[in-house]
Write a protein that binds this ligand. Structure first.
Ligand code: ADP
Ligand code: MG
Length: 683
């Protein structure tokens, strides 16, 4: 049992107390069956009168039914589909608490509970009865095979032991928000007193919940802000920005930067000028022109006598960056090297040599760059593209390589501002919120597979006008496991032979060799191909302004961020562009995604929708982003509390600079929170 609890991060009594229920049931007054209407959800209590197992339809899985009887002698049917196994557990005579939704069975002309959650209650006179009955009862997520009742039992014992929880929340903050003490709050959550309303508990807005949510955010932000200050205290490089360098930047620019780009560069240049290391996130929607800003930052570093490393998540992207940086830098005579995993040992060692000798100003690469033996002569600036694909650890690791180089992280996955602060509390954030001029809007349409012919007509029309098109598939090759998904390989053959026999059609996917990939990409760039059939390898960074059509088949299989990234491959030139989302059957979630895509081009709006659909854990990928698993707080639902907590943490740090109280708080944070929340990994 200890092992199972440990897997959930529960090792001590205290951990258990910080494991909240996900819901509450008022078991002090149950609804009589007679008042339990169709469509209503809630908790009821009954004795099992009889049970049966039966097939509900010929050939279907067996279902299990229990006829329940309440105190008034009324009957209610509880039904579990595909649940023969329950016959061993639910037997006549037992008393059950059931929680679920009442539905109406037209055939049988009666109300029933469909697949309710249930708990077998102790016998009358059992000393444990008071724990599970007659009050507002907390409902916990089961852990492995450990039942809800068992966890409730553990919690009751833990609560008894927890009279004196150390309350580290600064008193003035507690008083300002009229918070209960930590012990009171914990008690309220696990053993709610009668005067707390069940609505407040279920909404997680009772005084206890409020305090615990606030507290999690407070310590999280406290830790992040402190790290931020510490990092700023490290010796870094103070890059000068002279008029000469400004001239050099001007000479490099092929076009006039947008106001947003100028603002971002100014923020970056100001950071770079400081003697402490920069740690900045450059956020901007797909196509907003982050590369240009990064190139400008690179000029500052290089003109100060340092080298620059640019890290991309894929080989294709590294190659793309290499090409576009070359376009900027050949005007001002810089040398760029590309390091990829596919280079021969000889090529690599040659590149390494010139990098170590400082003959190369910029090195572009994938994580191959992270290999220990790439030595820079004088690394001053590290630019990381597509933050969310790199783990925080890699980010740190790379930072160890130079003295303490400045770090600029670019991300095209726009993150709502408060969340960016929470996640990257140790990063400063610059936002490019404006598109380069002359962009034509992208028209996005949802097309069902049956109508896909119209899509090919539209592609044909655009190619006729001299434009190019992407057609994206979820699979590389057909798969028996996913018979309803189309693949790039098969559809490439079909398009080449049947749909577009008169066009030049190319194929790109991740299983090609790096040089084959590069060649296909180059041909598409040089307009030697009209149509590029691809997988999501074209998702990020690929930049071909003449491409005006993006067709995504089986679009229901892609995530929202991915769809938006893919769509960002078009609309990059002076021509109006189209994105066709071709789908099969949609479920509720995929329909939400497609609708959002059709409604807006705004990456910020889309990422908010995405967050709502998926929740922050999956959205960010907890591990990768380094955001700790919070137990009470929810970064999206509790955003307002997050903002206040952040503000208070900030004020507290300012107020207590150098005092014993601050040292105590830090100690508390290190002892309690680093282990429980993995805060040590953040930043
Ligand atoms: P992303 O932010 O997605 O990395 P890029 O840096 O790839 O965007 O820029 C997208 C396209 O816009 C590129 O073709 C780039 O050359 C062009 N671009 C960037 N800034 C400007 C600008 N100020 N004026 C005109 N075009 C620009
Ligand atoms: Mg880019």
């Amino acid at each position: 049992m200890a092992g199972k609890l440990q897997a959930k991060g529960l090792e001590t009594v205290e951990d258990l107390l910080f494991y909240p229920p996900f819901r509450y049931e008022d078991r002090s007054r149950f609804l009589p069956f007679r008042q339990f209407r169709d469509g209503q959800s809630g908790a009821v209590l009954g004795i099992v009168a009889s049970t049966r197992t039966k097939a509900w339809r010929k050939g279907a899985q067996l279902l299990f039914e229990a006829e329940m009887q309440d105190e008034q002698g009324n009957r209610l049917l509880a039904r579990w589909y595909n649940a023969k196994y329950l016959a061993n557990e639910i037997v006549p005579g037992l008393r059950l608490a059931l929680f679920g939704k009442a539905e109406y069975d037209f055939q049988a002309n009666r109300t029933f509970l469909a697949h309710p959650e249930f708990e077998v209650l102790p016998e009358e006179g059992d000393p444990e009865l008071a724990l599970h009955m007659g009050r507002i009862v907390p409902i916990y997520e089961t852990i492995g095979k450990i039942s809800r009742k068992q966890i409730r039992r553990f919690q009751a014992k833990a609560i008894d032991a927890a009279n004196e929880l150390e309350d580290a929340m600064p008193r003035e903050i507690r008083e300002r928000y009229r918070m209960p003490s930590l012990s009171q709050a914990i008690r309220e959550v696990h053993a709610p007193p009668n005067e707390i309303s069940i609505e407040a508990l279920n909404a997680r807005r009772s005084p206890g919940f409020h305090r615990l949510i606030f507290e999690e955010f407070f310590w999280l932000e406290f830790g992040l802000l402190r790290k931020q200050r510490e990092a700023k205290g490290n010796p870094g490089i103070a890059f000068a920005l002279t008029d000469n360098i400004r001239e050099k930047i001007k000479a490099m620019l092929p076009f006039k930067p947008t106001e947003a780009q100028k603002r971002a560069l100014k923020e970056i240049a100001t950071d770079m000028a400081k003697p402490s290391p920069m740690n900045r996130l450059l956020q901007g929607d797909v196509g907003s022109g982050k590369t240009l800003v990064a190139a400008e930052a690179a000029v500052i570093a290089i003109e100060n006598g340092y080298q620059v490393a640019l890290l991309a998540p894929t080989e294709i992207l590294a190659a793309q960056h290499y090409l576009s940086l070359n376009r900027f830098f050949k005007r001002i005579g810089y040398t760029i090297a590309l390091v990829t995993g596919s280079q021969t040992a000889r090529e690599k060692s040659q590149i390494k040599k010139v990098v170590a000798e400082g003959l190369v100003q910029i090195v572009v690469g994938t994580h191959a760059l992270l290999e220990k033996d790439v030595e820079f002569k004088k690394l001053g600036l590290v630019i990381i593209d597509e933050q969310h694909r790199f783990g925080v650890l890699q980010r740190l690791f790379l930072r160890q390589k130079g003295a303490t180089p400045d770090v600029l992280v670019m991300t095209a996955t726009p993150i709502p501002r408060t969340l960016a602060l929470t996640l990257y509390g140790d990063l400063d954030v610059s936002v490019i919120d404006e598109m380069p001029p002359g962009r034509q809007p992208i028209e996005t349409r949802h097309i069902t597979a049956a109508q896909s012919k119209n899509v090919w007509t539209a592609v044909r029309h655009q190619v006729g006008l001299g434009r190019q098109a992407y057609i994206v598939y979820p699979l590389v090759d057909d798969s028996e496991n996913s018979p309803d998904l189309k693949s790039a390989q098969k559809m490439f053959e079909l398009h080449q032979e049947k749909t577009f026999p008169d066009f030049r059609v190319g194929l790109l996917h991740g299983q090609l060799t790096p040089s084959a990939k590069e060649e296909v990409m180059d041909r598409f760039k040089r307009h030697e191909l009209d149509v590029l059939v691809s997988t999501t390898v074209v998702e990020v960074g690929v930049d071909v302004p003449n491409a005006t059509v993006m067709v995504i088949e089986n679009a229901e299989k892609f995530g929202l961020a991915q769809l938006h990234q893919l769509r960002g491959r078009v609309g990059r030139g002076a021509h109006g562009s189209f994105c066709f989302l071709v789908t099969g059957n949609l479920n509720e979630i995929s329909e939400q995604r497609i609708r959002a895509m059709v409604q807006t081009n705004d990456g910020f709006k889309l990422s908010e929708v995405d967050l709502e659909i998926r929740g922050p854990g999956e959205f960010f990928g907890t591990r990768q982003s380094g955001i700790p698993q919070l137990r009470f707080a929810h970064v999206l639902k509790d955003r307002e509390i997050l903002e206040t907590a952040r503000e208070e943490a900030h004020l507290f740090l300012e107020r207590e600079e150098g005092t014993p109280r601050l040292r105590q708080a830090v100690e508390y944070l290190e002892q309690r929170w680093q282990r429980r929340y993995g805060l040590a990994q953040v930043g």
